[in-house]
Design a protein around this ligand. Structure first.
Ligand SMILES: N[C@@H](CCC(=O)N[C@@H](CS)C(=O)NCC(=O)O)C(=O)O
Length: 230
């Protein structure tokens, strides 16, 4: 299957915010790793072999020397503890309270803003589509996201906790749903998110080669249930 100690199971369009987070974590740690692309639209994640490997039958999943782990934030935390700072680059802030705040933000980004996620899906980020204006509920989510970002992004628009952390990558990803969609975002938050988008570990995922969409669009894959928006 893989020659390297770390193997990340991702999806084949390179549009998953969760695979993104774990990919960035591996890149930051500087360990060699393989990526296996699972086609969600062909139901690859529902195949017995993948269900055997992933507790949740979702991507990402990390396999490390035979140890299998699902859930992107658990993978991020596992890598941080397995390859701890200062010997290895840090994913989470030094201070206990900053670490708690980073986890707070990561949990929020994974559990809230469903309407925004639906109307500014990651397909719209990476396969530019014509977008309708945000509906009422999604606009409320957008306001909430911007309010949160304004509260946590420091005045100098630099990383959230002084030094970079994986929470910066996760927040920048969510903000780019709006930025790439042409939705209004305050200039200083755009400056923050754009700076994060340039980080080499982040841009390695963002600018990864992607396959063309089938002509009828993203949902035209036959025989598979429509997935939840990522
Ligand atoms: N909470 C999970 C979410 C993972 C997730 O929803 N992955 C999506 C792709 S973005 C997936 O595998 N969808 C297929 C499905 O749910 O059937 C994490 O953080 O890893």
């Amino acid at each position: 299957m893989t020659e390297r100690a770390f193997c990340l199971y991702g999806e084949s369009l390179w549009i998953s915010p969760y695979v993104f987070s774990s990919f960035v974590a591996l890149e930051e740690k500087g360990v060699p790793f393989d990526v296996v692309e699972v086609s969600l639209f062909e139901g690859g994640h529902l195949e017995p072999a993948y269900r055997e490997l992933s507790l949740t039958a979702r991507v990402p999943a990390l396999v490390h020397d035979g140890f299998r782990l699902s859930e992107s934030s658990a993978i991020d935390e596992y890598l941080e503890e397995l390859l701890p700072p200062p010997e290895h680059p840090r994913l989470l802030p030094v201070s206990l309270q900053h670490r708690a705040r980073a986890r707070q933000l990561m949990a929020f980004l994974r559990s809230d803003l469903d309407h925004l996620r639906a109307e500014r899906s990651t397909v719209t980020m990476f396969y530019r589509s014509k977008l309708d204006p945000l509906g009422k509920a999604a606009a409320r989510d957008a306001d909430k996201l911007v309010r949160v970002a304004e509260a946590v992004v420091p005045r100098d628009n630099g990383p959230l906790f002084g030094d970079w952390s994986i929470a910066d990558a996760d927040l920048a990803f969510m903000l780019h749903r709006l930025i790439l969609g042409g939705d209004p975002v305050p200039a200083r938050i755009v400056a923050y998110a754009s700076e994060q988008w340039q980080r080499p570990s982040v841009s390695a995922y963002v600018n990864h080669e992607r396959p063309a969409l089938v002509p009828d669009g993203y949902w035209a894959y036959s025989g598979t249930p429509r997935p939840k928006p990522a």
